[in-house]
Design a protein around this ligand. Structure first.
Ligand code: HEC
Ligand code: HEC
Length: 757
């Protein structure tokens, strides 16, 4: 006892003496030297935008321009001073603490560019894993960690030699965002957190349930460079929104719309792009998925801020759905918090800003004394709430604050600029936007594709004429609720099995909706949209119920509750009697983006010998269905709408359906017709077979099949009917080792693999 208080007194005296020394120094701002904790060490995190430690320069990636820009921001100079060419599709930038070196991950080239910050030139290019995304320098500046999205590993780079010191294998699927803690004992970053972009099936989880999946974060010990833990980010059982039933609950598949019988809906964290440490918590803004129908726009995606405890490395139970309560705001200000993708916090207070990518807004978030976040949304109807939003550029994806908490800088992906935001006052506002990279010339095909990309990534879009689509909202969704990006990030897929009216439906990745390159002679309409059948496009959806991308006008209207882009007042239908191409120039740009703007993921097996599996593929005649320019025989070979002779049953283009033994009407998540008035609504398509999916970059597409019933490619090949479908029922793949070799080939298929003509 006496000893303890003695030590305590002693430390007080030291602290007092130390305090005196600092005050006696030449400047009050002088930093503590030896012995005292270094207040300069802050946790780091991956981001597409970074600021130098002297607050003078902002560095930002330009993913479409293959460059990084340097903006001088100190003293609000706010001018672009350089643009440096890096690799293909830069996604993340990190600066060493001494501001000498800048690292940039190039997702499509599989490299990290090293830039001398003073000379502003690339001095080295480091080969890392496949599709490097997140990057973060340890707080002491000695190491750079890189999350390789497609090879599922993490590269550790020595920032002095610019060499890969180590590769941490098997960190789990789709590593994306990174954050590194400071070690209270020394100058080494002690723990590296790696987010997994897509939610993973829970133990005993079922595809299609609102709690079927969970978010995951891998914990790496930065001293040993070993995986030491996995943090599970839990679903929320009640998002604050109710649904008129539950598709995967036979007793309540469909309720009356009576509020008292409506069911609470849950959602699981998904699209975990970033993680930011503040105190003993880490915050993960994410798009949560709530796949269990019946389908209604406000119970499919949610805007979560997930919270974990960095001492315990566990979910802290403080996760919030930022959408909750927004429905009570007045219609003139209401805007849901859609696709939260990044967050930053002040050093000196518990205030931060979440970036809502789909609504072009920052949203203020405040933490209480134990780290629980709130955006001060209204609690009940009539309560105005106190949500603070700041409008920024188009499709913001990253944010960083200066060290004195007076400015925020926001990377705007589509407008290709950086918003400078004054965050000093109680009413924060944008001061200016600094152009970061050039935009395509108006009227060019590139400009059309960019507009399509903008509409794809937004929940707003052009102003409409009904309350839910008038500014600040727009035609793309109901008060900003949804975006195509929310289920198709980067045009790819969210890995979710949605309980859609057709049945359980895995989101389809769109790198293969159109063949790349397009055939010679493919033509465009006046709006830049591909014309069929000259353009090579798949028949759409698992049940071949759509023929044109413009049919997804119906998604804008139904799935996202928007007014839609077609304004001619005529009916919009999937197949007959009218085509939708050419009815709206805006809608046509969406088709142009899907045809030309989506890149196929790069296989981690690119360049490796997979000839054995390729021969097995060919011997099994998989190419009879999965061959051709787009790795599928499915192709719209007529001019929409389908003619009178085209066979259509139950809304499906049956000529394109194949029965390969994958429809199990007894499976829990296949809809069964119910003996109620709503029976028609819940009878799944599938008995007639399925539209053949493309195998391009199929390695990235787990889980597989229309209902997500194949968690791995190995699972898919277990099905004898399917694997024998090309050989008239003769099973050439009964040997497990042959199937393994075939899986290796399947995993290698990407844009560089030779096709089966
Ligand atoms: C709630 C999640 C969700 C949203 C939001 C969403 N999609 Fe999808 N998308 C899906 C699912 C699930 C499928 C497969 C549906 C099926 O087969 O019935 C799909 C399939 C597609 C396909 C078919 C691709 C192919 O090759 O067959 C296209 C095209 C598409 N979506 C475009 C869009 C567009 C454009 C938007 C925005 C207007 C959008 N989606 C919004 C989940 C979503
Ligand atoms: C008769 C046409 C046909 C043949 C032959 C065929 N498949 Fe398929 N394949 C399909 C259909 C249809 C589906 C979708 C089934 C579903 O979702 O229920 C599919 C799905 C797949 C998938 C899942 C893709 C995804 O994105 O979910 C893979 C992988 C696959 N097939 C590989 C193969 C391989 C390998 C062979 C040869 C051994 C083969 N297929 C032969 C028609 C065929």
């Amino acid at each position: 006892m006496t000893k303890l208080s003695g030590a305590f007194l002693f430390s007080l005296v030291v602290a007092a003496l130390a305090g005196t020394t600092w005050l006696a120094g030449t400047t009050l701002l002088e930093k503590p030297s030896q012995g005292a904790p270094d207040k300069d060490l802050f946790p780091t995190n991956s981001s597409p935008i970074a600021i130098s430690h002297d607050d003078r320069f902002v560095w930002v990636v330009n993913p479409e321009n293959d460059s990084v820009s340097v903006l001088e921001v100190g003293g609000d100079v706010n001018t672009k001073i350089a643009e440096i060419t890096v690799g293909d599709e830069p996604r993340c930038v990190a600066i060493t603490p001494n501001d000498r070196k800048v690292f940039v991950t190039n997702m499509a080239s599989g490299t990290v560019s090293v830039i001398d910050a003073r000379r502003r030139s690339v001095i080295d290019t480091i080969e890392v894993g496949s599709e490097p995304f997140g990057c973060a320098v340890t707080p002491d500046g000695k190491k750079l960690y890189v999350a390789n999205f497609s090879s599922d590993d993490v590269s550790v780079i020595d920032t002095h030699s610019d060499k890969v010191k180590e590769t941490i294998e098997d960190v789990g699927p789709k590593p994306r965002g990174l954050a590194i803690t400071t070690d209270p004992r020394g100058r080494e970053g002690s723990k590296v957190y790696v987010t997994h972009f897509l939610a993973q099936l829970r133990e005993n989880g079922i595809e299609g349930l609102d709690d079927g999946k969970e978010g995951r974060v891998t914990v790496i010990d930065a001293h040993k460079n070993r995986v030491i833990d996995t943090v599970v980010l839990n679903p929320l059982a009640d998002t604050g929104f109710k649904s008129n039933g539950r598709t995967l609950d036979p007793s309540v598949i469909f309720d009356s719309l009576d509020a008292t019988t409506q069911r609470a809906t849950g959602a699981f964290p998904n699209l975990l792009q970033s993680i930011v440490i503040k105190g003993d918590r880490a915050y993960l803004p994410n798009t949560a998925s709530s796949p269990n129908g019946p389908f209604q726009f406000n119970v499919n995606v949610q805007g979560f801020l997930s919270v974990m405890d960095t001492d315990l490395d566990a979910d802290s139970g403080q996760t919030i759905n930022m959408n909750k309560g927004v429905q009570f705001e007045s219609a003139t200000t209401r805007l849901f918090i859609t696709n939260p993708i990044a967050v930053a916090f002040k050093r000196s207070s518990n205030e931060g800003f979440v970036v809502s990518a789909a609504t072009n807004r920052l949203v203020r978030v405040q933490l209480d004394s134990i780290g629980k976040p709130t955006i001060n949304a209204p609690l009940v109807a009539g309560d105005p709430g106190g949500i603070v939003r700041v409008e920024v550029g188009k499709n913001p994806q990253g944010i960083v604050f200066n060290s004195v908490d007076t400015r925020a800088y926001v990377m705007n992906r589509i407008s290709r600029d950086v918003s400078v935001v004054n965050i000093e006052s109680a009413s924060p506002s944008e001061i200016t936007r600094i152009a970061s990279a050039s935009l395509p010339l108006p009227g060019t095909q590139d400009a059309i594709v960019l507009r399509g990309h903008e509409l794809f990534n937004t929940g707003i879009g052009p102003a409409g004429t009904v309350p839910e689509s008038t500014p600040p909202a727009g035609r793309m969704s109901n008060f900003g609720w949804g975006s195509c990006y929310g289920c198709h990030p980067d045009g790819l897929a969210d890995g979710v099995t949605w309980m859609f009216p057709d049945g359980p439906r895995q989101t389809i990745s769109m790198e293969s909706t159109f063949a790349h390159p397009q055939p010679a002679g493919a033509t465009l309409n006046a709006n830049g949209a591909p014309l069929l059948p000259s353009s090579h496009q798949r028949v759409l959806n698992w049940s071949a119920v759509r023929d044109e991308v413009q049919d997804f006008e119906l998604n804008i209207r139904a799935v996202s509750g928007g007014q839609g882009l077609i304004t001619d007042g005529q009916a919009v239908v999937n197949l007959t009697p009218t085509a939708n191409t050419g009815r709206s120039a805006e809608l046509d740009t969406l088709a142009a983006y899907i045809a030309f703007g989506i890149r196929a993921p790069v296989s981690p097996l690119r360049g490796q010998d997979v000839s054995q599996g390729r021969s097995l593929f060919s011997a099994a005649n998989c190419q009879s269905c999965h061959g051709g320019a787009d790795w599928t025989s499915s192709r719209v070979d007529f001019t929409p709408p389908p003619g009178a002779l085209e066979p259509i049953a139950g809304g499906q283009l049956t000529r394109f359906l194949f029965r390969v033994g994958t429809f199990d009407s007894a499976a829990f998540n296949e809809f069964k017709a119910q003996g109620t008035a709503q029976a028609a609504i819940v009878a799944a398509n599938g008995a007639l077979g399925f539209n053949v999916p493309s195998l391009l970059s199929v390695f990235a597409g787990a889980p597989y099949l229309h209902s997500g019933s194949g968690q791995t490619l190995e699972d898919v090949l277990e099905n004898v009917t399917h694997r024998s479908a090309g050989t008239g029922g003769v099973d050439t793949l009964s040997s497990p080792s042959d199937r393994q070799a075939l899986v290796r080939f399947l995993k290698s298929i990407d844009a560089q693999t030779a096709i089966f003509p």
